[in-house]
Design a binder for this molecule. Sequence first.
Ligand code: FNR
Length: 380
Amino acid sequence: MIISSSLDYREAARRRLPPFLFHYIDGGAYAEVTLRRNVEDLAHLALRQRVLKAIGEVDISTRLFDQDLAMPVSLAPVGLTGMYARRGEVQAARAATRKGIPFTLSTVSVCPIEEVQAQVDRPIWFQLYVLKDRGFMRNVLERAWAVGIRTLVFTVDMPVPGARYRDAHSGMSGPHAGLRRMIQSVLHPAWAFDVGLNGRPHDLGNISAFRGQPTKLNDYVGWLGSNFDPSIGWADLQWIRDFWQGPMVIKGILDPDDARDAVRFGANGIVVSNHGGRQLDGVLSSARALPAIADAVKGKLTILADSGIRSGLDVVRMLALGADGVMLGRAYAYALAAEGQRGVETLLDLIAKEMRVAMTLTGARTIADISGDSLVQAGI
Ligand code: FNR
């Protein structure tokens, strides 16, 4: 298959994965309005073409949280990636590290923290959810710190799980989910062989290690559902701020007032995100939310953005709207499902190439040169 964009990987992933997994990655909350807005609002932002600016070689490298990065891109936390490809978290982490960007390990990964970090020679980032089980939170933070992880991404837009109709229809959740997943898996023998269905691909490393026994996918929904904590506020997070000595990034900010609260809290960064349209359907796209947030807090902390980014052009658009860097979610999940580590590396090469083209033709030689002037009009 000829791969020329992340959309090709989406199609390749659709072919390779059992439907319950493809739709788990691809889908969003309720009617998927925000999911579509994320992509469409970015696409509608007109880049401002400039010519004869004697740009020469563009430099896409940057620095975030005192780390030198090959480009202002990181891999977002994506749960269950070890089910898209064999030891998927390790494969994605290797690809990111080889390409000089950070990989963020989700709380709900198949491979445990220790396994992933041992396979790469740069510290990965670690993502944590707000959970009722504070013992689990403290334990997992200690484990992350012990293996050398310093950047903590704290996801706050999941005080309750969002309703995803596609998951109910596809067999990921809902009645007879286990049986339906089993049947679909048998019908996809190449995938089942790859992820090692005879082993225990559905064990969740970070969770099982705490509990002393593997947590199966069937238990996962129940565990998560009973563990999200809607009663939590900023003050309840103080112990984590005190405990964690490295950069702390709050993920899931969509409003300037919350961004200001994050500054007051002492966060080092935020991720402007609606969880890829997977939580509250109907909220703003990240691209629309970002300019007001950048107005409120730019320069006070590092602003990352995600949701809807499918190309290097989208990366440049997010930077032009005020982000210092971005996270890729589905774009890399599709590539991982389609071709493992090689797929993610190819995707990152494509993103870098697309960024260079966009920067050259908008007259930006460095990342710092990208600004609201790179768009025909700032904002949408
Ligand atoms: C996610 N996301 C997510 N976020 C998080 O903080 N922890 C997690 O475990 C997950 N899991 C997860 C699984 C899948 C399949 C997807 C698609 C997303 C959200 C993710 O980090 C990111 O915010 C979005 O994916 C960004 O949107 P795009 O790039 O997918 O449009």
